[in-house]
Design a protein. Structure first.
Length: 183
């Protein structure tokens, strides 16, 4: 699919670095992918899993497992209704919010892009305001959408954005996807 072919998709970044009631981080990501597949009538597109060093996290935070999915939302879905569904899935996977930014977590689901929508409310910023600064978001997004894809409202391509990120953000692509999801 070309970059233009994703204009009707929602992109959700998945992350985990603590076990949940669903299992270890990879099993938790698999749970999330399965749950996300129930939010669309079309197949999901999913990136590989990446192991990434924590960014702007408390000292001692373990590495994260990250992935990205893209899907066509149902016609009645809005960015805000999808955000609330993502937050509910995090809760089902035992996510606790202490208020500490970028802390370790069982499951983190971030709405990165919702079609071509823009939002600038206290509850939801779209596209995600830090997506262009995070290798763990851009690398799996590029794997799905391609190097020439542009985040809505941005001039730079994903390849250009990735090239501008400091090498201090360590990331390793694994040759797996969460269980149960076809490559």
């Amino acid at each position: 699919m070309t970059a233009a072919g994703f204009s009707q998709h929602a992109f959700v970044s998945l992350g985990s670095n603590l076990p949940s009631g669903k299992g270890d981080s990879l099993e938790t990501l698999a749970f999330a992918v399965e749950a996300l597949s129930s939010l669309t009538d079309f197949p999901l597109v999913q990136s590989s899993v990446y192991v990434t060093s924590p960014v702007d996290s408390p000292e001692g935070t373990p590495d994260f497992f990250n992935s990205m999915v893209a899907f066509i939302p149902r016609p009645d879905e809005t960015p805000l209704t999808l955000l609330h569904k993502l937050q509910s899935l995090e809760t089902v996977a035992d996510r606790k919010r202490s208020g500490i930014r970028n802390e370790a977590r069982t499951l983190d689901l971030d709405l990165i892009i919702f079609m071509q929508a823009f939002s600038s409310t206290p509850e939801l910023m779209l596209p995600h305001p830090r997506a262009s600064e995070r290798r763990f978001v851009l690398a799996p997004l590029q794997e799905i959408a391609g190097a020439d894809f542009r985040i809505p409202g941005m001039e730079a391509t994903l390849a250009e954005l990735l090239g501008a990120i400091a090498d201090t953000q360590q990331i390793t692509r694994l040759s797996i996807r969460p269980a149960g999801i076809q490559a």
